[in-house]
Write a protein that binds this ligand. Structure first.
Ligand SMILES: Cc1ncc(COP(=O)(O)O)c(C=O)c1O
Length: 402
């Protein structure tokens, strides 16, 4: 806090929760990498040239011209019925029977995380997460005063036996997971792993928060059913969805599907947070879903992202030090790499940035003991030639290439 001027008393301190929960290191890196010459593998930014500008502009035009009184007015906290109907139909078509009333529209799925933290977590409560974990989920739970404990993970994701032991020992409120093309690892949980996690939740009493913003961006392999669709977990899983990665993140449109009591608690938290998600954005998205074919758009985007993933995977062996390993995601936006033990990716970042290329060091993604040799690379924002050049720079920055 600044020192007060003479004669003026010091102001009360900020709340403890904001003093202990820092800002996002990814956002800090994005600020450093804003220079146009930087090839940025750090951000998690969808490729802007692939946004359906025409389709989205037409949808906004329609919402504003045909339904201006509604589009520009306050709306219900739960969300526009016309959008919720369509979201429910899409969720049902993917194997999870859902009605419009099962859903709460949120201002991005990030808000869903904050609402759930408010609705479920008292200060000091334990929240279980994956190791490593989506950074801003650590922030949302941290701001609610949660004690965040990492569940040991292997290559296939969280270990169900370890989860069961932690649930018995720590009595957590919830377990947070990103089961498809996880941020940051790109890893996807198998059907068997999902069933085992659902069974732990059923046997031991646990909420599962299943965050799925990337599931539609699949480049190969078969879709795996949601944990929320598993009979053991239906009454105790909150499923989060988002248009950020398939339509546009600037719309700030997400949703949560939760059992009634928890959904109502989230709606109360949302009233206090922002009353409702912007009406015009909701109506435009609903119009988009009627007038355009979102699945066809996603297929076009996925075809391009697949090429970019392949370009990154093809060049990594030459760019990373010998002995490095990395994931091979079947979809999504991220590859996760581990360099040999002696490397510290946080300490190395300045010399990599000096080569005009950026990654996110792995350490901040860990709730517990960090693996400092890890890093995250986002492959969707650059074209294959830019990715190849970025990898050459990365190799130079890491001292692999001369
Ligand atoms: C796993 C995960 N959850 C939630 C979000 C937040 O997305 P939204 O734009 O829907 O708020 C992100 C964004 O990167 C994410 O990676």
């Amino acid at each position: 806090m600044p020192v007060p001027l003479p004669g003026r008393a010091a102001l009360p301190a900020l709340a403890a929760r904001v003093r202990v929960t820092g800002g996002s290191p990814v956002r800090d890196i994005l600020a450093v990498t804003a220079r146009p010459e930087v090839i940025n593998f750090a951000g998690g930014l969808p490729a802007p040239e692939l946004f359906d500008r025409e389709g989205v502009a037409d949808a906004f035009r329609y919402a504003l011209q045909e339904t201006p009184a509604q589009a520009l007015q306050y709306a219900t906290t739960e969300g526009e019925p016309v959008l919720r109907e369509q979201l429910a139909a899409r969720t049902t078509a993917r194997g999870l029977p859902t009605g419009a009333d099962d859903l709460l529209v949120t201002t991005g799925s990030q808000q869903a995380l904050s609402l759930l933290a408010t609705a479920l977590v008292d200060p000091g409560d334990t929240v279980l997460v994956e190791a490593p974990c989506y950074l801003a989920a650590l922030q949302a739970f941290g701001l609610a005063g949660a004690r965040i404990v990492a569940v040991p993970c292997d290559e296939d994701g969280p270990d169900p036996q370890a989860l069961a032991e932690l649930v018995v020992r720590e009595r957590p409120k919830l377990f947070y997971t990103v089961p498809a093309f996880q941020n940051p690892t790109g890893r996807t949980l198998s059907a068997g792993r999902r069933a085992a996690l659902a069974s732990v939740a059923a046997r031991h009493g646990l909420w599962i928060v299943e965050d799925d913003p990337y599931g539609e961006l699949r480049y190969e392999g078969e879709r795996v059913d949601w944990i929320a669709a598993h009979p053991d977990a239906r009454d105790r899983t909150v499923l989060l969805g988002s248009f950020s990665k398939v339509m546009a993140p600037g719309l700030r449109l997400g949703w949560l599907r939760a059992p009634a009591e928890l959904r109502r608690a989230c709606a109360v938290a949302k009233q206090a947070a922002d009353l409702h998600t912007p009406t015009v954005n909701q109506l435009a998205a609903a119009r988009y879903l009627t007038a355009c074919d979102l699945d066809a758009h996603v297929a076009r985007v996925a075809a391009v992202y697949r090429e970019r993933r392949d370009a990154l995977l093809a060049g990594l062996a030459d760019a990373l030090p010998q002995g490095s390993v990395w994931t091979r995601p079947e979809g999504g936006m991220f590859v996760w790499a581990r360099l040999p033990e002696a490397y510290d990716t946080t300490a190395l970042l300045p010399q990599v940035l000096a080569q005009d290329v950026a990654y996110v060091p792995g350490a901040p993604f860990y709730a517990g003991e960090p693996d400092r040799a890890t890093l995250r690379l986002c492959f969707v924002t650059q074209t294959p030639p830019e990715i190849e050049e970025g990898l050459r720079r990365l190799g130079r920055g890491l001292g692999v290439l001369g």
